[in-house]
Ligand binder design. Structure first.
Ligand code: AVI
Length: 318
């Protein structure tokens, strides 16, 4: 089915060069690369599998919260809402909100992966024939254009999955400031993973089937596939641990022994045990996150959390 409202908002945004960023990552100490490089087709498929793992509680906990409270959330959004989803992906979670909304103005999913976004929008349009879907292909952490605000309803942002936890604290604040400005007069509905027993966190990022390990190692497999890097992915081990003082899971790829990665004409040496840091996944308290959001200009609103207090959805007034 065509997307009748889409055309003016489709911008092709080039991804920053993986080769450039990988060289920069391998040159510096400690070595670190952006988690955005997890998500090629293989990595995105592995992430979908992570979301189904028994140990990975965030997705199912957030889905359950959305199922139970979508009507309250929809009531806060009101009539003629323009719903913006940041980092839209498969659009599974937002369906629960869209099903609960009575007469939305439009749905604006923003995602960097054009082909995937458009495929997901087509499937959504088939289910919601009268919904105005206006996809924006863009990196939502950078300045981007959005369709005009609705005349009557408010603009509400949706950022589920605790993806904000993958930002550094500075990046999180910068994103929230941008969102507060973009959503002024409306609100942000955001999912955040909460601080909890480290054993639960450890299991979620060290699953028994090794899917998270494969997801992490895909960064290297991808460098082989796409960049022709000469390296041995089996020479690296998945390492994920909870850093309690910094309230975050850290993921690294740890060298098993001394080895080299060759990329273009350059050779990078790894000592035994040396790591390439691939991801932070920050965990929050509700009050801590509200304080961060207040620094960005949001006012705290309703909070929905599960009985174990493992995950929260926060309504923040912009
Ligand atoms: C996408 N993001 C919120 C996930 C997380 O839990 O930080 C990515 C992930 N990394 C390992 N497992 C899942």
């Amino acid at each position: 089915m065509p997307l009748p409202h889409a055309a003016p908002w489709l911008h092709a945004v080039p991804l920053e060069g993986y080769a450039h960023d990988l060289h920069a990552a391998l040159r510096q100490r400690p070595r670190s690369i952006s988690p955005k490089y997890f998500y090629d087709d293989a990595g995105s498929a592995l992430f979908e599998r992570i979301c189904e793992l028994p140990e990975y509680y965030p997705t199912r906990t957030e889905l359950a919260l959305l199922r139970s409270h979508a009507a309250e959330m929809a009531a806060l959004m009101g009539e003629a809402v323009q719903l913006i989803e940041y980092g839209a992906g498969a659009l599974r979670k937002v369906r629960l909100l869209l099903d609960a909304l009575s007469a939305p103005h439009s749905f604006v999913p923003v995602d960097i992966s054009g082909p995937h976004l458009l495929a997901a929008c087509r499937a959504l349009q088939a289910e919601h024939a009268s919904l105005a879907i206006q996809p924006v292909v863009a990196d939502f952490t950078r300045p981007h254009d959005l369709p005009a605000r609705p005349q009557r309803g408010q603009r509400v942002g949706f950022f589920p999955g605790s993806s904000i936890g993958n930002f550094s604290p500075d990046q999180a604040l910068e994103f929230l400031r941008m969102a507060a400005q973009e959503l002024r007069g409306g609100a942000l509905l955001i999912g955040v993973d909460l601080v909890k027993d480290p054993a639960v966190l450890h299991a979620a990022y060290n699953d028994a089937q090794g899917v998270t390990a494969a997801f992490n190692l895909n960064v290297l497999a991808r460098a082989q596939r796409e960049l022709g890097a000469e390296l041995d992915p089996a020479g690296f081990a998945h390492s994920a641990f909870y850093n309690a003082p910094l309230q975050r899971i850290e993921m690294h790829l740890q060298s098993r022994g001394r080895q080299q990665i060759r990329l273009d004409q350059r050779v990078y040496e790894f000592e035994d045990g040396e790591t390439l840091h691939t991801e932070h996944s920050h965990k929050f308290s509700v009050a801590g996150f509200q304080t961060l959001a207040a620094r960005a200009g949001f006012k705290a609103g309703p909070v929905w959390q599960d009985a174990r207090e493992w995950f929260a959805l926060l309504w923040l007034q912009a």
